[in-house]
Design a protein around this ligand. Sequence first.
Ligand code: NAI
Length: 417
Amino acid sequence: MTFSQPEKLLLLENIHPVAHQRLKETGFVLEGEKGSLSEADLTERLKGYQAVGIRSKTQLTQEVLTANPQLQVVGAFCIGTNQIDLEAANRLGLPVFNAPYSNTRSVAEMIIAELVILSRQLGDRNSLAHRGDWDKSAEGAREVRGKTLGIVGYGHIGSQVSVLAEAMGLRVIFYDVVKKLPLGNARGVDSLGELLKQADFVTLHVPETDLTKNMMAAPQLQMMKPGGFLLNASRGTVVDIEALAQSLKLGHLAGAAIDVFPVEPKNNQEKFVSPLQGLSNVFLSPHIGGSTEEAQQAIGLEVAESFIRFFKQGTTAGAVNFPQLDIPALGPGVLRLSNVHRNVPGVMGQINGIVSELDANIRAQYLSTDNHIGYLVMDLEWKVGQGDPLADPRAQALWQKVMAMSQSVKTRLWTGA
Ligand code: NAI
C-alpha cells in the first residue's frame, strides 16, 4: 500500500549516478551500496525497501525475494537478467525491468570501426608498429566505400549499423526472419545464402536461439565471397569458431572481427583462449561491443524511468517477466488500485463486488494476464477533500478487502497528488 510515504529504493553495485539523481528528484528515498551482497546480507539489508536495483553480480534468489514481501519491483541495471529468479519474481508479483537497448548505438559504432580496421588490416599493422616493424604498403588495403555490407538480423543494432554504413558509402543488404522496413537505400534479401553470396562484409546481429546456433558453420562460411570478412558482436554460439579459424587459415576469408565467443572468461583474471588467436587480420575484442560510458548512463536512466512509471502509473510495459500494461498518467480526483493475483477464475467478479459495495465509480480498468498471474489496474473516482485521500477509511477498507482475497499476491493504492 502507498500511504503518502515516499517509496524507499536500494541501489547496489555502483549504479550510474544519473539513476540516483533522476530517482531522487522524483521524490524517492534512496540508499546505495558500492558492491553486491551475499544472499544472507541482502535478505536483511532489503528489509523496508520497496524496490531494489542491481547489476550483474547480485543474485536475487527466490529466498531473498520471498523474505521481503514489501518489495514491489526489481531493476536490473544491465542487459541480462540471469542473476534474478524471474519465475519466483513473477509468482511473487514483482515486475523485473532491465535495459536491453541502451547499448545499441555502442555496438553499431564498434562495427563501423571494425569494417575499416579489417579492410585496411589496421589491427596487424598496429601490432607490427608497436613491435618496431614498419610495414608500409597499399597491398590488400581497400576503402569500404562501394563495398556490400550484409547484415544478418535487422533489429535494433542491425538497423543502426545499416544507417551508419550507408553514410560511409557502403551498399547495404540484410536478411531477417521477420519482415522489416528497410532504412535508407538498404535492401532486404530472401535468404541467408543470398546474402552470403553477395556481401563483402557479413555482420551478425541475431539473438541466441535454436535457429541461430552455429548459423555460420563451415557450409555458410564457404558460401561467403573469397576475400570476404565476417564480423560477430552478437552471441558466441552463432559462429562455429573452429570452422571460422579453418576458413581464415585456408585464406578463403580475408579477416574477421569477433567480440563474442562460445566460451568466455568469467572475469578479467581468467585466461582467454581461442583458436582465432595469432591469425592474421583477425581482430579480437573481449565482449565490449556495448561497453561504453554512454551505455552505462543510458542504462541508468532507462531503468530509473521504468521504476518511476511503475510507481507513479502502474506501468509494467517492458518488464521481462510480467503481464504488460502501459497505463496513462493519473489525473486529479482519481484513486488508482493495482492488484496482482493468481490467474484463476472469479477474481475480477470479487474485486468489482468490493468496489461496488464501497459505492465507488470505476473510471477505467486495465487487465493483463499470463499463465500464472493477472495484473489489474483500476481507476476509481474519488472525492479528494482536505488532507490525504489515502487516509480516508473507505480507501483503507478497499485496500484491505482486495488484499484479503485469497488469490491476491500484491495490492497497491495511490493517488496522483
Ligand atoms: P533485436 O532483438 O533488436 O534484433 C535481433 C533481430 O534478429 C530481429 O530483427 C530478429 O527478427 C532477427 N532474427 C532472429 N532470428 C533470426 C534468424 N535466425 N535469422 C535472421 N534474423 C533473425 O536485438 P539487438 O538489440 O539488435 O541485439 C542483437 C544481438 O546483439 C543480440 O544477440 C544481443 O545479445 C547482442 N548484443 C551484443 C552486445 C555486445 O556487447 N557485443 C551488446 C548488445 C547486444
